[in-house]
Design a protein around this ligand. Structure first.
Ligand code: EPZ
Length: 422
């Protein structure tokens, strides 16, 4: 198992380039199943979840060629409609293969999605299954996999009782080739969703309203395939912005979309974190002191749950008490134990709320990364802390951050990778 060894505290400076959004890439790859033509994806991040998704595509019979950030995929014929459990269990987003396989082959078998700690039993897929049933699919739940069949998916009206990002994307993909019209209500509005819809429409689909709570899809006979440029990863952007503020460093973040992290930037203004923005860059100035600010994670455009753990580290350096309220996931505050071990003054009020008193000195520790967002949070904490920090299980970090140690070294961080890749 490989690990990161980090020396802190770090004073960072320079530029860091944001990669293509993991949570856009993990949808457009399975979406290639919807067409027999070749799709070209640009700005594809080189991360483990993308590697698993492309392996799953090849396992299903797709031709895949990849050169740096550019990838071509063609699914002329499917060799099967069953997801390889060994691959599918490595990341929750494998669930995104179900809808396009159902739409194209009329049948799909897949294991309950896995992934990080968040990906265990606590990540239900009831809204996907109910949505597929609403379109006429027959669902059979076996011992440890699902078998879903649908001769031809039919348009339906479907209300998401919980706002779900991948649920919204799955139902869009299921409806694109369905018979008749589908109206989805209470949809998620994350930027990756209009990006997916805009691509599908360029290829002949008819998706209207993506990025709003109500999306209408008129089923079409077939869609073509073309070029998809992956939008910048807004969670990487916010993470690096928080890293700069937390280490009181001046960092320019390039190849990003500042408007996708308006929630964070407006909080920075209240905290006294100075920044400048351009069309595709964001520069954080070294903050002298940071004011505390209470956050509540919300669906987009609210404060993203994927930035909650990095923000919690920032709160340990703020002058005063901050309340962090995680409303989206169970278990997403578990990592705060690690921060407390490093010296943070954190009170767990209930499983969804913590109060962080700052500023506190953090000290290097031996840690294990439970999921990719807690993992990157440990790196930020290690770069603030006094002394050496070891972070184990860094596959979880490599799932979502391309060459993170290489990019941080370029900012002056003392971080190195040790051990085998297995
Ligand atoms: C997407 O996950 C992202 N993953 C997550 O990022 C992100 O944290 C999340 O959206 C929220 O923004 C991808 O896009 C691959 P949800 P998703 O369905 O779609 C409940 C990362 O680190 N729910 O919007 O799986 C669910 O339990 C990952 O990059 C049901 O109850 O999240 C949660 O409480 C982590 N039933 C809430 O909805 C369902 O069938 C929102 O989850 C589906 C979801």
């Amino acid at each position: 198992m490989s690990k990161f060894i980090i020396q802190g505290p770090a004073k960072l400076s320079g530029e860091i380039e944001v990669r293509g959004a993991k949570n856009a890439a993990l949808k457009i790859i399975p979406a290639a199943i919807l067409s027999r033509e070749k799709i070209t994806i640009n700005n594809l991040p080189d991360i483990e979840d993308v590697n698993r998704a492309l392996e799953l595509m090849e396992d299903l019979g797709a031709e895949v060629s990849r050169q740096n950030g550019r990838c071509e995929i063609q699914v002329s014929e499917l060799s099967k409609n069953e997801l390889n459990p060994g691959l599918a269990n490595k990341f929750r987003a494998s669930i995104m293969f179900a809808a396009p396989l159902l739409a194209r082959a009329g049948e799909v078998k897949f294991p309950h999605p896995g992934g990080c700690v968040l990906g265990a039993a606590t990540r239900p897929i009831d809204l996907f299954l109910e949505g597929f049933e609403a379109m006429g699919a027959e669902i059979k739940e076996k011992e440890d996999y699902y078998h879903i069949k649908a001769k031809k998916l039919k348009g339906c009206e479907y209300f998401f009782t919980t706002v779900t990002v991948t649920g919204t994307e799955a139902m869009i993909m299921a409806a694109v080739l369905a018979e008749g019209d589908t109206v989805l209500k209470n949809c998620a509005m994350e930027p990756e969703i209009p990006a997916l819809a805009e691509y599908l429409n360029r290829q002949g689909a008819r998706v209207i309203g993506a990025g709003t709570p109500t999306i209408k899809i008129e089923g079409v006979k077939e869609i073509k395939a073309g070029q998809f440029n992956i939008i910048p990863d807004r969670i990487e952007t916010g993470t690096f912005a928080i890293l700069a503020a937390a280490t009181k460093s001046e960092i320019k973040i390039t190849n990003c979309e500042p408007k996708h992290i308006e929630s964070l930037l407006n909080i920075f203004k209240k905290q006294g974190v100075k920044f400048e923005t351009g069309d595709d860059w964001l520069k954080i100035s070294a903050a002298k002191s940071i004011k505390p600010y209470n956050i509540k994670t919300r669906e987009y455009p609210g404060f993203p749950t994927d930035l909650q753990s990095p923000y919690t580290v920032l709160a340990t350096q703020a002058n005063g008490s901050s309340l962090v309220h995680e409303t989206i996931y169970e278990r997403r505050l578990l990592f705060t134990d690690m921060l407390a071990q490093m010296g943070a003054d954190i009170i767990m009020c209930d499983p969804h709320r913590v109060v962080i008193n700052g500023p506190t000195k953090l000290y290097g520790r031996k840690l294990t990364s439970p999921d990719l967002r807690a993992g990157i949070t440990m790196i930020i904490a290690a770069l603030i802390a006094e002394g050496q920090t070891e972070i184990d299980n860094i596959y979880q970090i490599d799932r979502g951050y391309e060459d993170i140690d290489g990019r941080l070294r370029k900012l002056g961080a003392d971080i190195r990778r040790e051990g085998t890749l297995l």
